[in-house]
Design a protein around this ligand. Structure first.
Ligand SMILES: *[C@@H]1O[C@H](CO)[C@@H](O)[C@H](O)[C@H]1NC(C)=O
Length: 491
């Protein structure tokens, strides 16, 4: 020590350092010592402990980890410190979230086993097909038929968590097929398919068809698109993208895996029709820049794309199999309560004893088909050899006013008055399907009367109202669907 000290600072070796350099050196050493001692007292070590203990508290109380962990009890942290802190926290948060998910899964499994004591965990979806397994499934899920390998198809339903899609899923599952639902949950609702979740033949993929997806399927029912005016007008650009890019993506998939594809088009391709009723050969009367254009024109070009792929696909093995259904007004259980359609609005208003609102004089006519009839038609069309567009609807025609009176009569709430509001832009005066083609080519026609269908739909909304409390119907203006109504009001 003394040797080296003298080596650097002494004069015995005759190697004298210049006095100004010596002064600078001593200054630097002093400054370093000061920084090290300050760091020991206020350094990062205590902060890590404080931060993680506050995280544990927050996690215990809030149950969902996350953002409050990074607040450090409101203390300021030097800019380079939080990186180290949050790395460690992130790991802790992940662990906690994982633990919570595992606990929730265990809880669910427990509940299931109480409801179905014979279902052992791990027996569902393991590929063995025994009678006892069928029995186990029967206790957990609605009944499904058993199809041989050759008969069973793997079927993609885009928009399968929506109103029509979920009823189609129910029928395909009941027939014994494997069903993959792709839905972005914009107007789709998890509760519509909740009764199938976990079934070995069922899969729900939350995905937006505007992005490509790779799947192996035999048939594609392409329903994905918001279909009620307030919902499709909420984000018109997105609606156009869904009909164009979404349909292109599905056509690409269908072509690649050689799946037959059915597009659900719409009576809106006829616009405000000048001939009545509308046969498929009618080209329509659509305003290309009106408020409904994003949907109408989107579906029109989607039809165009279907037949472009069909004719460019070549002959024989490489040819594309396409089906196009033009769906007219449809109603039934699982209609979105905020879809702003006359059926749901009238029922919700009447059930709550509110006045029934009609836009315009109510002389505009509509024809309403019950959803079960539509699903039969879609499946018949898919499995037929007919390749041109087919109208699916109920020609039973009502004026909107008469329909409001019928709903009021069936709900048996005479307190509700019929109230008229100004007519909405581009609301078609008449819409009624000519279903000659469906009768001739598919042997299909509606079998459920509007009255019977309404009774079932009213029952559905009665239960919905009991569960969710008050529902305020959506007017004709663009509106965002409110998928979380049921959750937020229940808690
Ligand atoms: C229903 O309409 C009638 C007649 O227009 C009106 O007198 C009444 O206040 C309205 N009721 C409600 C609950 O809005």
């Amino acid at each position: 020590m003394s040797h080296s000290f003298r080596h650097w600072f002494g004069s015995s070796t005759g190697h004298r350092l210049n006095s100004s350099i010596r002064a600078a050196f001593l200054f630097i050493v002093g400054a370093l010592a000061l920084i090290i001692s300050v760091n020991c007292v206020f350094g990062r070590e205590p902060l890590v402990l404080r931060a993680s203990s506050s995280h544990v508290r927050g996690g215990d109380e809030g149950g969902n980890g996350g953002m409050q962990m990074l607040q450090h009890d409101g203390r300021q942290v030097e800019s380079h410190e939080p990186v180290l802190v949050s790395e460690e926290l992130r790991r802790t948060i992940k662990e906690e979230v994982r633990a919570e998910i595992l606990a929730a899964m265990a809880e669910e499994e427990k509940k299931r086993r109480q409801e179905a004591p014979h279902a052992r965990p791990g027996t569902l979806g393991d590929g063995e097909r025994t009678v006892s397994r069928q029995e186990q499934l029967g206790q957990l899920y609605p009944p499904t038929a058993t199809l041989s390998e050759g008969q069973r198809r793997r079927i993609l339903v885009t928009g399968g968590a929506g109103f029509v899609g979920s009823h189609l899923v129910d029928r395909l599952m009941a027939e014994g097929h494997e069903v993959i639902v792709v839905d972005n949950m914009f107007t789709g609702r998890k509760k519509n398919v909740a009764h199938w979740i976990g079934h070995p033949h069922f899969m729900l993929i939350v995905h937006d068809v505007v992005e490509p997806i790779l799947l192996e399927v035999d048939q594609i029912y392409h329903l994905a698109c918001p279909a009620s005016p307030p919902h499709y007008q909420y984000n018109p650009i997105k609606t156009i993208k869904t009909s164009t890019m979404g349909t292109l993506n599905m056509l690409g998939l269908a072509k690649r895996v050689r799946a037959r594809m059915l597009l659900t088009s719409t009576s809106e391709v006829y616009g405000d029709p000048q001939i009545h009723p509308q046969p498929e050969s009618y080209w329509g009367n659509v305003n290309p820049i009106g408020p409904r254009a994003c949907y109408d024109e989107g579906k029109r070009v989607a039809e165009t794309m279907m037949y472009a792929y069909r004719s460019q696909g070549g002959e024989g093995d490489s040819s594309m199999e396409v089906r196009v259904a033009r769906i007219f007004n449809t109603f039934g259980p699982r209609m979105h309560p905020n879809d702003g359609r006359v059926v749901s609005n009238f029922i919700i208003q009447a059930l709550q004893g509110k006045n029934i609102t009609i836009y315009g004089k109510g002389r505009q006519t509509r024809s309403f088909q019950y959803v079960d009839d539509l699903v039969s038609g879609l499946m018949k069309l898919m499995n037929s050899d007919y390749e041109l567009p087919v109208n699916l609807g109920n020609p039973d025609e009502y004026s909107v006013k008469d329909f409001a009176l019928l709903v009021r009569e069936l709900v048996r709430n005479m307190d509700s008055q019929i109230v008229h509001l100004p007519a909405t832009k581009d609301d078609p005066a008449k819409r009624k399907p000519d279903i000659t083609t469906a009768k001739k080519e598919l042997g299909w026609e509606p079998t459920v009367s509007v009255r019977d269908g309404l009774a079932k739909t009213i029952e559905y909304f009665r239960k919905e109202l009991e569960e969710t409390g008050e529902i305020t119907p959506t007017g004709p203006e663009a509106a965002r669907p409110q998928p979380h109504v049921e959750e937020s009001k229940r808690s």
